[in-house]
Write a new protein. Structure first.
Length: 396
């Protein structure tokens, strides 16, 4: 790659004080047909969407037997983290909780405090800045902590690890995925292949309020604009440069979007991947690699929106496509998580370790700034600069 980070921090001593546990915090997904509508009710709670409409929305889950791959993938990541920590002498138990399905976040936090955990590092399975990818996780943490307090349980301090979109352990597996996908294409179209870097579309208003890039990094040169888009563009540039270095071919690329939902009259980020495939086909592009850089694992948005819907559109056009792998439980990602834990632990102890970040934006902040990624209605959000909840050593 054009840039490299220093090796992960040393685990000498075994315990990453002040932390006594890591929480893997994810979205959750149904694990059978009977789970689909209740799961979607959890996801859309408060929006008044009729049950019949949710059954329609859930059809793509039913195509896969009502099972989202995300829970199985989180179990694999959980195992990878525990294996990496053990092999590298990091004495830190790892727990797993979901926002919208079992194991539920609140239940996991109950288990953690009953196990004596009081200072918890949190890894969210979302790498970029946005309301749905960051602040909503923090709001769910605040809700869960409030429930623990109401139940009379000790309330731990939770610290969300920084955005890791540009950490080498997240980026390098995606580079390898793109290279593998290029190799899958027929030789006569490979060098002319276009790379479509994809991520989840969000409302343009949410992108605009995801923060200025420089508010999310240590780089004052980052410029204006929404951090959500800027971060994805920065990762895409790094991957494209690495692919050029490895292959000697300068593949054209574009950031595109997928998985749009919501009312049609509300503007969302575009172009959609299927529209983009039509556009590049009209322009004479001979093949496309779809690279889902916005997703940590091959969950439903990847399996349906890319592997099913976009792949069918490409077949209709007669356009050769390949879809590159997400990071998933890659050992390099597990090592990156270890690095993030140790880095944050050092910062909490008043030390200033090197912070791995590829590209132009630099490493993200440890605490989300006040006012970043606001919701339609203000709600408490833990683990940010605006959090007034429990601090280290304070219970109940």
């Amino acid at each position: 790659m054009p840039e490299q980070c220093d090796p992960p921090l040393s685990t000498a001593g075994g315990t990453p004080g002040p932390y006594d546990a890591l929480l893997l915090l994810s979205f959750g997904g149904p694990e059978g047909p009977d789970d689909v509508v209740p799961f979607l009710e959890n996801v859309t709670r408060g929006r008044g969407i009729p049950r019949e409409r949710l059954k329609e929305v859930g059809q793509h889950y039913f195509l896969f037997g009502g099972v989202s791959p995300i829970n199985a993938q989180n179990r694999e990541l959980l195992d990878a983290l525990r294996k990496d920590f053990a092999e590298n002498g990091l004495n830190l138990p790892v727990y797993w909780g979901n926002r919208n399905w079992a194991p539920y976040l609140t239940d996991t936090l109950r288990e953690m405090v009953r196990d004596g955990r009081r200072r918890i590092a949190v890894l969210a399975t979302s790498a970029y800045a946005s309301y749905s990818g960051c602040r909503q996780y923090r709001e769910n943490l605040a809700d869960a902590l409030a429930t623990l307090r109401a139940d009379g349980l000790p309330v731990p301090q939770v610290d969300k690890l920084r955005h890791y979109f540009n950490h080498e352990g997240f980026v390098r597996p995606m580079v390898d995925g793109v290279l593998a996908s290029l190799a899958e294409l027929p030789a006569d179209v490979r060098d002319g292949a276009h790379i479509a870097f994809t991520t989840h579309s969000i409302p343009t208003a949410a992108a605009d309020t995801s923060g200025r890039p420089e508010d999310h990094t240590d780089d004052s040169r980052a410029g204006e604009g929404g951090a959500y888009v800027a971060q994805h563009l920065d990762v895409a540039r790094v991957i494209a440069a690495a692919v050029r270095e490895e292959t000697g071919v300068d593949h054209p690329w574009q950031l595109v979007y997928q998985s749009r939902s919501g009312a049609p009259h509300i503007p969302w980020l575009e172009p959609d991947i299927c529209d983009h495939l039509e556009e590049v086909h009209r322009a004479g592009v001979p093949a496309v690699v779809m690279a889902p850089i916005g997703f940590v694992s091959d969950h439903m948005e990847v399996k349906y929106d890319l592997d099913t819907e976009a792949t069918a559109k490409a077949a209709e056009l007669g356009l050769p496509v390949a879809r590159s792998a997400t990071v998933g439980a890659d050992p390099r990602f597990a090592a990156a998580v270890r690095d993030l834990v140790l880095e944050r632990a050092a910062a909490e102890q008043g030390r200033a370790p090197a912070r791995c970040a590829l590209g132009a934006l630099g490493p993200s902040h440890d605490l989300c700034p006040v006012g970043c990624c606001p919701a339609r209605a203000p709600r408490p959000a833990a683990a940010g600069a605006d959090w007034t909840g429990p601090v280290a050593g304070v219970q109940g």
